[in-house]
Write a protein that binds this ligand. Sequence first.
Ligand code: BG6
Length: 489
Amino acid sequence: MPCITVDSCTFTLFGALGDLALRKLFPALYQLDRAGLLHDDTRVLALAREVGDTAQHLGTIESHLRRYVPAQEVDQQVLMRFMARLDYLTMDFREVADYAPLAERVGPAERVVAYFATPASVYGDICANLAAVGLAERALAVLEKPIGHDLASSRAVNDAVAQYFPESRVYRIDHYLGKETVQNLIALRFANSLFETQWNQNHISHVEITVAEKVGIEGRWGYFDQAGQLRDMIQNHLLQLLCLIAMDPPSELSADSIRDEKVKVLKALAPITAEQLNRQVVRGQYVAGSSDGKAVPGYLEEENSNSQSDTETFVALRADIRNWRWAGVPFYLRTGKRMPQKLSQIVIHFKAPPHYIFAPEQRELIGNKLIIRLQPDEGIALQVMTKDQGLDKGMQLRSGPLQLNFSDTYRRDRVPDAYERLLLEVMRGNQNLFVRKDEIEHAWQWCDQLIAGWKRLGDSPKPYAAGSWGPMSSIALITRDGKAWYGDL
Ligand code: BG6
């Protein structure tokens, strides 16, 4: 039986027939039900603009559940119980008159979760309309990314929401914060004294964060082309990971203590001037290549593409943090579509021992690495130096892992999807895993200067073959500093 309790609520899902809701949110709610983590009285109102009868729309939701929940996890009884919690309402989210029937379906004292899986341009209207029917004051607002396109537009969205929802009731999603291993970063850093004493420029030489995807644009060309990899991945997921690695220990595990520390990191990020851009940032765009041995088209040949686009599908950059802890320690960030494999990992490279006594040709090997694998095969490995075994080996060194593989160690049959954790925390009213307004804004400010620099220089992305690790210049970016991306084959 679960050891946490969750109060009941009416979960209102705006954009309930969209891709995110069907692929991620309903399956996550179903899994919470299966785990006994939905209160018996919790109901889910699916809200979307599509007309037609309720049974038909609920049928669509159920068929997607069957598609996206692995067959062995579909429990007929739980599925029936879950579907019985659901109702559907056709709404135009901008139209206040459409909110009266919604209000009628919510009990007078019921807690409301309002999940906005819609374009951010509608968030302000949804908030105003919820307020008009008296629901805003007892609701939590959950905002999906992207919140804006730059600092100014993100401020406009946040300000519109803030007119009706105080920050304490706003939950901004960055789904990376719901991933099991990302949460483990906090445990790893602050529940072990071993690491914290080493966690600074005296002992760490550099840090790598790679979030590589094997897939291309997958029918999302229209959306993605307006954003690009910097806005889509660096501004949120990679900067959040960087913050969790770089932040100082919070004084307690409360949402604001953690977020205060993350904001300090974002504020300390060194700006990258247009003059430094060429050395410190690489943009790429994939051209035709191969994935899993099959030929795949380039970004400009994908379905619905525009052959003139100069949107980047890859970014690698060097970030520096201007504070006492991290002075002189580069953080190399890299993310791209159509990479050779799906891989999210953080590698902390420790400095070599101060005095070296082994054979000169082995010097390159030296240096511990802490490898935190977010996906796939979640786990942590600490590469330590040992002597190779055998009479004939002399003092030949070898780097080997002290390894913790989460699925083997904890014998869990499944790793929960990030959205399961996030939806649960919203329903528990815990903001730890959600992004505060000032975090988003500092992250935008830092990314905006890169975009402005690219514009000023008339920069266009460098081509890289689909199925490769990105443009050659992304390798030069790190080798120039005498380092290499860890584990690239
Ligand atoms: C989303 C991006 O936020 O994260 C997508 O918009 C990307 O472009 C996705 O594919 C990656 O998430 P995950 O969990 O598969 O690493």
